[in-house]
Structure formats: structure tokens, C-alpha cells
Design a protein around this ligand. Structure first.
Ligand SMILES: CCCCCC/C=C/CC(=O)SCCNC(=O)CCNC(=O)[C@H](O)C(C)(C)COP(=O)(O)OP(=O)(O)OC[C@H]1O[C@@H](n2cnc3c(N)ncnc32)[C@H](O)[C@@H]1OP(=O)(O)O
Length: 684
């Protein structure tokens, strides 16, 4: 696990060997201890070099060991022994030196890095801090401000020449730490690791080394066993696990070969189409961007060019303007490998586009739809080759948001899914393969979540109260602020399509029962008044002007709610944060279990990554299904039953059979849920 050799007579060379990333497993740590001892006791050896095999120095501690009884030498004394060595020890860094890997390098007397090396302390992203001296040695090496930046964000740095570093000279240490703590608290949204990182670096800046090390150890001890660390480490593996997709028919990632995509087309250049065009061009693909309205096409070209130029400036590269050609004629897509349709969310219109594409595109072209909820299979049936059709559901802004839902219908071929998944990966997305149903995974689960928020308003809550509870939980935005941002009219259109929202509906009880279940027309009533959210300057909140983003409490809305309750004979009661969280989150989680039961998502990791990367679920809480496993499935079931008894006309609150089944089988840990789901499916 650490190979020893002597080179040029006097240099002891230690090579870390633990594929794929030379993580510091117990065996590697033991190997380092043994080989360092050997080099130091060999009189012919004058200096020691530590490097990693296969072009990577070291990816840090072995995260898989964290949940286990860790054995083997500890990192801190191992690194101390290197630092205390009486022969110079050099870290020769190629590829990544991350976490414990960088801390190992920091314990060496010199570090030399390849110009393409990446150095970082990502512990904070796993709910931890760099507790092998990282928070103590790094500030001493590069100064407090730069160290704080690396440690609290976990972002890796490219190796740089020292002459390019600014000289770190904090003038007022207290102000510096207060400022950073404030920034960290705001962006961390309840995450404890970044705060502990600041506290540890503060110890480095204000206390002697040994006391700093003690503080670092103490803070790490708290983090190491925290639920947040478990959640973040779960996310690390879940993010990788979702790329190993499978379909109910047995097709899998490792047996399905993607086809290369060199040239793609985007149809429809509204907000989504523009973002998708940018994402594709930035990946290096040739893109045909089609918009039939001449004025829209010109506007889109200008907007896309601006987005590409700003992105390129940020990344210090040339903008990929020449990758895109614009056309108002759909015939221009005849020779592309893959088309992404991103026209207005209207089934009639999308069907027409798919019929056209089926007759224009050359045989074998993959046809993808960016619909957020419509039936992918129905669109596939408009073509001669339904096996080539999949959904590619991007999230706005499409060139920024990391999530891509790849939606397969019953007739989508494994190759079409593999190709869309690979294209998503190339675009830097976290791509999750899911089955076809209204709203797929993300939007399907959003429905019960939003429904509960509306009901809470009817029962006495305000948008401010609901949003505050969700934001304190860790969402960047509560449900009403989010609804104002995305536009109330979007959901209104869907409800009208579903035959739910009817203008001029009767008042009183009938208005609140639709299709045999409780319904809240509050969102529809706001839309009827032209209150569509930020874009109209009024929604659940008020804004200084249309387009403004600063939400202010709206007295009109409060008296509207009072009037509404009076009109419907509802008596407002006191609602606390816990009830908001219980009802909104457990209704959403219950739908997640139904999705697993229906086989729409292959496993809980898929749902969790969709919520973490697409819906602002706080990463340090691991995603809704992981959260349910942490709260305890028995407790989730009990609360859902309680609320369903109180609201029997709300089917979303009725605990689903998979949840019952899991609780009956002793609430197994999340990684065992697939077995229970398999059994459930085999019995159906
Ligand atoms: C009081 C107790 C004291 C305990 C001390 C605890 C000390 C903690 C300090 C630490 O070092 S924490 C770990 C910090 N390191 C990281 O967070 C790095 C994580 N890895 C990465 O960022 C990337 O993997 C990479 C190194 C940049 C390589 O990226 P690449 O895209 O090339 O490959 P991946 O697909 O991401 O990974 C390949 C494969 O390797 C697995 N893996 C990666 N890093 C680790 C690791 N540190 N431990 C265990 N396994 C790791 C990864 O899961 C992939 O495997 P899979 O089977 O495909 O999932």
C-alpha cells in the first residue's frame, strides 16, 4: 500500500498505492509509517520523497472507513513523525492532493506540485474539518485569509507559482474573523462544519500550535459523529451512485453503450432553450439553435452570446460563440445526432414538433424533450422510432443548475438513456435516470409539498411563517418565495390543464373540494388578480417593481387571507414551525416512497440527489429520503398517520404501503431499502 525504493543512491522514494485515488486507508497509513521509518534508519538515504501512483498524489482519508471501527495508525502522529524527521521530506504532487492527502503534504518539509495539480481541503463538504493539522499548518504556510477561504469552502486550487500569491497581511484579525463567520453562517444555512472550520483557524491565528491542535481535535470530535457529517458523506457516494443507473427492464449503465454526440439541436429559444444551448456549446458540441419567430431568434442570439461571453470571462477562456448556428427553419436540424425540444410547455405544440422532427431528422437521431411534467411516452408515440425518445429535464437556469432528470418511457432504448446520461455528464450535470409519470420525480414530489403549504395558509399561517420555517431548516428559499420567483402562473396553467382551476368557482366548502379531495384555490385566486410573483411585482409578497427580487411582506395579502378564511368559514389557529416542517416535508417524503414503490426511481439515492441538486434541499441533511431515515421511519409514519387522521380528505398524507412495509421490517438502513422494494415488486 506504500511502496519503498531507493533512487539515485541517496533518495528514499515512497509511493502511495491504493487505487483509484490512493486514499489513506489503514493499510496505506501503516505503509507510510513503515516506509518512513525505513528511510530514516537507512544511512545511505539523505532525503525522502513521497508521491502517489497513477498520476494522483492522494484523495485524502478513506471515506469508506468513517462509519467503521477505524484501525491502523492515526493521521496526526503519522504526520507529526514526518514533520519531525531529521532528513528532508518532500511531497511530490501530481494530480489531486486533497484532505488528509494535502495535510500529509503540509507535514512534509517541502512540496513540489505539477502545474496541473489540484490542492484542497474538502473536509467541510463532508461535514468535517481538516483535523490532521490542516487548520493549523495551512494558515501558517499561506496566511489566515487564504487558509480560511480554502478550509471553509472546500474548493480546490490549481497549483500556482508562489510569486503569483498575494502577500497575506490581515490588519484587523477580529474584524476579519467576524466577517468570515458572518459570511459562512449565511451561506452555510445551518451547516456546522464551516463554522467549526473558522473556529479552528482562529485558534491557529491566536494560540500557540499545540493549543491550536487541541482545539482542532476537539472540534473534529464533535463533527465526526454528527448527523450532518453522515449526511454529507452519504451525498458524496450517492452523487456517484446515481451514474450507475438501471431500468426496471434490467437495462443498466454497464451493459448499455452510449452513442457519441457531436452535433445537437435545440428547438425553442425561450429561457430554457437558451440555457440548454449555452450548456451544450460550452461542452464543445456544435449546436443548431432553432426558433421559428424571427424577433425571438434575434433576441435569443443576443442573450445566448451574452451568457457565453460572461461565462468565458469568468473561466478565463474564449467564448464558444462559433459553436452555434441559429436558424428559424426547423429543417436545419436534419443532420444532427440529437435534438432537445424546449418549446412552450403545451402537449399540442410539443406533439407537432415531434411529428415534424420524425420526418426531418435522419434515421437514428435521438429525440429528447425538455418537458418538466408531460408524458414522454405520448410524445414518443408521435415518431416512427419511439425507442430513440427520452426526456432531458433541465432546471433553470439550464447552463448553471447541476441537475438533469433523464426520463425513460416504456419504449426508450437503453442506448438512448445511456446517450442522454453521458451527454449530461459531459455538460457537468448530475444526471439521474427516472421513469415516466406526471412530474417525474422532482415535480411530482413538489406537488404534495406545495399543497400542504397552501392548506397551512388556509388554517392560519402566513407565507412569511411557512417560508421562515423552511429556510431555517436549510432551504435557500421557502415555498412561497420560490413560487414568486418561478411565477405563480406556471402552476396555474398546469392546474387548469388538469381541470382543477376554474375561474369563478363557487365560494364556501365546494370551492375547496375538487375531484373528490381537498383543494386550495388560493394560488388561482392570486393569479386571477394578475399576481404572478416577481415578474408582476406582486405575488405572495410585494416587490418594489416588476422584476425586483427583494420580497416584502404584503398587508394586502394578509387581509386577503383573512377575507378568504371568513368567506369559507375557516377559523385561523396558531401554527408553529414544527407543524410546517412535519406537514410539508413528510407529505413530500411520503410521495418519495410512492415513487420508489412505483419503480419510477431505482433507489433512494436518486430521489435525494434530485432534491439536493435541483430543489435546494440542504446537502447537510442528505436529501429527503436520507432525512426520513435519520428522523426514523417509525416517527415519519406516526406523524403522517396523525395528520391524515386530522385531514382525511388529503390523500397525500396517507402513509404509503412501502413506508408501512419498511417499518414492519424493522426500519432497515437506507442502503437496504432496495431489497425490501424488490420483494414488494416481486409480490405484485
Ligand atoms: C477523529 C477521527 C479522525 C479521522 C480523520 C478523518 C480525516 C479526514 C480528512 C480527509 O481526508 S476527508 C476526505 C477528503 N477527501 C475528499 O473529500 C476527496 C474526495 N474525492 C474526490 O474529490 C474525487 O474522488 C477525486 C479525488 C478528485 C478524484 O475524482 P475523479 O472524478 O477522478 O474520481 P471519482 O469518480 O470522484 O472517484 C473514483 C472512485 O474513488 C472513490 N473515492 C474518491 N475519493 C475517495 C476517498 N477519499 N475515500 C474513499 N473513496 C474515494 C469514489 O467514491 C469513486 O468510487 P465509486 O465506486 O465510483 O464511488
Amino acid at each position: 500500500m506504500a511502496k519503498y525504493s531507493r533512487v539515485s543512491e541517496s533518495v528514499g522514494l515512497i509511493t502511495l498505492q491504493n487505487p483509484p485515488v490512493n486514499a489513506l486507508s489503514a493499510a496505506v497509513r501503516q505503509g507510510i509509517v513503515d516506509t518512513v521509518e525505513r528511510a530514516l534508519s537507512d544511512p545511505k538515504v539523505k532525503s525522502v520523497v513521497i508521491c502517489g501512483q497513477n498520476g494522483i498524489f492522494c484523495g485524502g482519508a478513506d471515506i469508506k472507513e468513517f462509519g467503521t471501527n477505524m484501525s491502523g495508525p492515526l493521521l496526526v502522529p503519522m504526520i507529526h513523525a514526518i514533520e519531525a524527521a531529521n532528513k528532508p521530506v518532500v511531497a511530490a504532487i501530481e494530480g489531486s492532493a486533497l484532505g488528509g492527502g494535502l495535510e500529509l503534504a503540509l507535514g512534509c518539509h517541502y512540496r513540489i506540485a505539477h502545474s496541473k495539480a489540484r490542492l484542497g481541503l474538502p473536509e467541510v463538504t463532508l461535514g468535517l474539518l481538516p483535523a490532521a493539522g490542516g487548520t493549523q499548518r495551512l494558515p501558517r504556510l499561506i496566511g489566515v485569509p487564504a487558509a480560511l477561504d480554502l478550509i471553509t469552502t472546500g474548493k480546490p486550487l490549481d497549483a500556482r507559482r508562489i510569486s503569483t500569491y498575494p502577500c497575506p497581511r490581515p490588519s484587523d484579525l477580529d474584524a476579519l474573523f467576524e466577517g468570515v463567520m458572518e459570511k459562512v453562517r449565511q451561506s452555510a444555512r445551518g451547516a456546522i462544519a464551516p463554522v467549526a472550520c473558522v473556529q479552528a483557524v482562529r485558534a491557529a491565528a491566536t494560540q500557540p500550535y499545540t493549543q491550536g491542535m487541541e482545539r482542532e481535535k476537539e472540534l473534529m470530535a464533535t463533527l465526526f459523529t454528527s448527523g450532518q457529517a453522515r449526511a454529507l458523506q452519504y451525498c458524496f457516494f450517492a452523487q456517484r451512485a446515481v451514474s450507475r443507473w438501471s431500468m426496471p427492464n434490467g437495462a443498466r449503465w454497464d451493459t448499455s453503450k452510449p452513442r457519441p454526440v457531436h452535433k445537437a439541436a435545440v428547438i425553442g429559444l425561450g429561457t430554457m432553450g437558451r440555457g440548454i444551448t449555452v450548456a451544450l456549446a460550452q461542452t464543445g458540441l456544435s449546436v443548431i439553435a432553432v426558433e421559428t419567430q424571427e424577433k425571438q431568434l434575434m433576441d435569443a442570439k443576443q442573450a445566448v452570446s451574452g451568457m457565453l461571453e460572461r461565462g468565458a470571462r469568468r473561466r478565463g477562456v474564449a467564448p464558444a460563440l462559433d459553436k452555434i448556428s441559429y436558424s428559424h427553419d426547423i429543417q436545419a436540424v436534419a443532420d444532427v445526432d440529437l435534438v432537445i425540444e424546449a418549446v412552450f410547455e403545451d402537449m399540442g405544440l410539443k406533439k407537432k414538433v415531434f411529428q415534424q422532427l420524425a420526418s426531418i431528422c435522419r434515421p437514428g437521431t435521438f429525440l429528447c424533450t425538455n418537458t418538466s411534467a408531460l408524458d414522454v411516452d405520448h410524445l414518443a408515440s408521435q415518431t416512427h422510432n419511439p425507442e430513440l425518445v427520452v426526456g432531458m429535464h433541465f432546471f433553470a437556469p439550464a447552463h448553471v443548475m447541476k441537475l438533469l432528470e433523464v426520463v425513460y418511457g416504456p419504449r426508450s432504448s437503453p442506448q438512448a438513456v445511456a446517450t442522454a446520461m453521458q451527454l449530461g455528464k459531459k455538460m457537468g450535470k448530475v444526471s439521474v435516470a427516472v421513469g415516466n409519470c406526471p412530474g417525474f420525480v422532482g415535480n411530482r414530489m413538489l406537488k404534495p409539498y406545495m399543497e400542504q403549504a397552501f392548506f397551512l395558509l388556509e388554517e392560519g399561517a402566513t407565507p412569511e411563517l411557512v417560508d421562515r420555517a423552511l429556510e431555517e431548516f436549510g432551504f435557500p428559499m421557502g415555498v412561497f418565495r420560490m413560487s414568486d420567483l418561478s411565477g405563480l402562473d406556471v402552476g396555474w396553467r398546469v392546474r387548469k390543464g388538469d381541470g382543477l382551476a376554474e375561474p369563478g368557482a363557487p365560494s364556501g366548502q365546494p370551492a375547496r373540494i375538487r375531484q373528490g379531495r381537498r383543494y386550495s384555490p388560493l394560488g388561482d385566486l392570486l393569479c386571477e388578480q394578475g399576481r404572478f410573483g416577481q415578474k408582476t411585482g406582486q405575488g405572495w409578497y410585494q416587490y418594489n417593481k416588476p422584476g425586483s427580487q427583494v420580497a416584502r411582506s404584503d398587508p394586502w395579502l394578509h387581509s386577503f387571507l383573512e377575507g378568504y378564511r371568513a368567506q369559507h368559514g375557516l377559523v385561523a389557529r396558531r401554527i408553529d414551525n414544527q407543524e410546517v416542517l412535519d406537514r410539508c416535508l413528510y407529505a413530500l417524503i411520503n410521495e418519495g416512497f410512492r415513487i420508489l414503490e412505483d419503480g419510477i426511481a431505482a433507489g433512494p439515492e436518486d430521489i435525494d440527489m434530485i432534491y439536493v441538486f435541483g430543489y435546494g434541499w440542504p446537502r447537510h441533511r442528505g436529501g429527503p429520503m436520507f432525512y426520513a431515515s435519520m428522523v426514523g421511519l417509525g416517527k415519519v409514519l406516526e406523524r403522517l398517520e396523525h395528520y391524515h387522521q386530522a385531514h382525511p380528505d388529503v390523500p397525500y398524507l396517507k402513509p404509503c404501503s412501502l413506508l408501512w412495509r419498511l417499518v414492519a421490517s424493522g426500519s432497515p438502513p437506507l442502503h437496504k431499502w432496495r431489497e425490501v422494494i424488490r420483494k414488494l415488486h416481486s409480490q405484485l
